[in-house]
Design a protein. Structure first.
Length: 336
């Protein structure tokens, strides 16, 4: 089921013959959603762990670096297959039949938003799951085990011959297997503890921000995500983007307007000259609180034109009947 903010994105991917396979960790399961609709698992509070970019069925690019504090929930297949009653004409059928409007009276139903919530996790343990990290840990473990085994055999044997060398090798293998897990956890603790302390301080600042401003966090992130999608996907070379980290939040009042400045680390994925590549950058989003906005919440919405009252397709940005421009569907809008 397409979201309003995904419409242009999906068209672009279709034109480029690109399919993005995104994997999520949900509990102990690895689930997947594909942009071409070939697979669409139900995702509830999932952590994004990998994206694979295929063109004409061939893997061209992949990304594994994501902020695991962000939990994703999508309108699921279970929801799509529930019965829905059109408030306009009263017809009852499955919700998925209303994606392009009521099949009978043509009333538009705008279904939007990834349900995006910042969870309490500090970070996804990318280091422990990194192949290079495991190889380095194994090498360090082997060298230390070799040294300990050599010293043990050297001081416990009267002589040191070829038989003792075999014992050193065997003891090294046994000790390496026994100590690998201990070294693995110890190295992880040494490496990850500073990261965890930094994330703790960063998270506390964000917690203080939400408490101080009393902003609805879920609505704000949904609005920011919607605006960011429009901004990035308007660039023809951009085929995807991800927020890797929210670095800071700052609010201020100017005259009668309330603003929130968000500094984020963004990864941009581009398609140029037949190649898919990515780069990261720090981006500042200035969001302004909208005084008069139409309410567009999670799930299914019927949005009426404020001028003539007709149901409108929010993706068009205007009423098809009286041509009134629909500017504000959200509580927050992107200024720059």
């Amino acid at each position: 089921m397409a979201f309003i903010s995904d419409t242009f994105h999906q068209k672009k991917l279709k034109d480029y013959h690109i399919n993005i396979k995104t994997k999520y960790a949900v509990g102990n399961k690895i689930l997947e959603k594909n942009t071409d609709g070939s697979k669409s698992d139900d995702i509830k509070s999932g952590i994004r762990i990998e994206k694979q970019y295929f063109q004409d069925g061939v893997l061209k690019h992949s990304e594994k670096d994501f902020d695991s504090r962000i939990e994703y929930t999508f309108l699921s297949k279970e929801e799509e297959n529930k019965e829905f009653c059109c408030p306009n004409c009263g017809v009852k059928t499955l919700l998925k039949d209303f994606v392009n409007g009521c099949p009978y009276c043509k009333t538009y139903y705008n279904i939007d938003y990834t349900d995006k919530e910042l969870g309490n996790k500090y970070h996804y343990d990318r280091v422990l799951k990194n192949t290079r990290y495991r190889v380095i840990t194994a090498m360090i473990d082997f060298l230390i085990s070799l040294g300990l085994s050599f010293l043990f055999v050297l001081f416990s044997s009267r002589t040191f011959n070829s038989y003792d060398l075999i014992k050193v090798f065997l003891y090294t293998i046994i000790l390496s297997l026994l100590l690998y897990y201990a070294f693995y956890l110890l190295d992880a603790y040494i490496i990850l503890s500073p990261i965890k302390r930094y994330k703790d301080r960063q998270n506390q600042k964000q917690i203080d921000f939400w408490k101080r401003t009393r902003i609805d966090k879920k609505i704000f992130f949904n609005n920011l995500n919607y605006e960011a999608r429009k901004y990035y996907y308007s660039k023809m070379e951009v085929i995807d983007y991800d927020v890797l980290d929210y670095l800071s939040f700052k609010e201020y009042q100017e005259e009668n307007d309330f603003y929130v400045e968000v500094l984020a680390e963004i990864r941009i994925v581009t398609y140029q000259n037949g190649k898919i590549s990515s780069h990261t950058k720090k981006e500042t989003f200035l969001m302004r609180k909208v005084k008069d906005s139409l309410k567009l919440g999670n799930g299914v919405n019927i949005i009426e034109c404020p001028n003539c009252g007709a149901s409108i397709d929010a993706a068009l940005g205007h009423c098809e009947y009286c041509h009134t421009e629909i500017k504000n569907l959200q509580e927050w809008e992107l200024i720059k």
